[in-house]
Ligand binder design. Structure first.
Ligand SMILES: [Mn+2]
Length: 235
């Protein structure tokens, strides 16, 4: 957890591209920034577990759960899910690595699905209000998420965290969600936008930081700038 007085750096979906991640955070020393990862550090690229460990060990950093972390944990617990997980970019060597590291498994299962910053920014993986099916506050939703991951409830969590981004095109739904969560804007990743900077919608009430960082992602577009995925949160 980080001090509230640091400026906030948001890092969108990394998907195993640790080389571009290192490059992206280099201008932002960890002691000067509160870093928030939006989840989906794993899959597609070769260094998913490496990216998770890097994020875990970076000072002043929060890491949210993405649908890909849930799919990986599901595959870890239930081997019948390995094929599905590999079909969405899962790397078998990463699963083997995670299997050997129980403290990393525990840490993953304890991650929040969403957090609220001091300036009432709500930070989450997908741009969708499906989280609300799990509770009525940030804390109660995260408690339920952690409970599901502790007790074999990955199916429900996978479904919710895989929900399509809707805030870009449904401002009324975004407004209802923000009101319900007592927040002023939502920041998310999950689906690559095609802008050169994090993509802002509805007068800044919704911001997508998934700029398609990973060169291994099926939707990677050559030349996608790093600053589309990793950058300071505007005031
Ligand atoms: Mn993703």
């Amino acid at each position: 957890m980080a001090a509230d007085d640091l400026p906030v750096l948001i890092a969108g979906d990394v998907h195993g591209d640790i080389e571009r991640l290192f490059q992206a955070v280099k201008p932002y020393p960890s002691e000067q920034w509160h870093t928030v990862f939006l989840g989906d550090l794993v899959d597609y690229g070769m260094f998913g577990v490496g990216a998770l460990r890097f994020a875990r060990d970076r000072p002043n950093t929060d890491v949210l759960l993405g649908n890909h972390e849930v799919a990986m944990l599901w595959a870890l617990r239930d081997s019948s899910r390995v094929g599905f997980w590999m079909s969405i970019g899962g790397q078998r060597h990463d699963l083997d690595e995670l299997r050997l590291d129980e403290s990393l498994q525990r840490w993953m299962r304890e991650r929040p699905a969403l957090i609220q910053l001091a300036d009432r920014t709500l930070v989450q993986h997908c741009g969708n209000d499906a989280y609300g099916e799990l509770g009525s506050t940030v804390d109660s939703i995260n408690d339920r998420v952690n409970d599901l991951l502790a007790k074999g409830g990955e199916a429900l969590l996978w479904e919710l965290l895989s929900s399509a981004n809707v805030f870009e095109t449904q401002p009324d739904r975004l407004d209802r969600w923000l009101e319900r969560m007592h927040s002023r804007r939502a920041v998310f990743g999950h689906k690559p936008h095609r802008a050169s900077r994090p993509m802002t919608y509805h007068d800044g009430k919704a911001i997508n930081y998934d700029g398609g960082l990973s060169r291994s992602h099926r939707l990677y577009q050559k030349g996608a700038p790093i600053a589309a995925s990793v950058g300071p949160l505007p005031p």
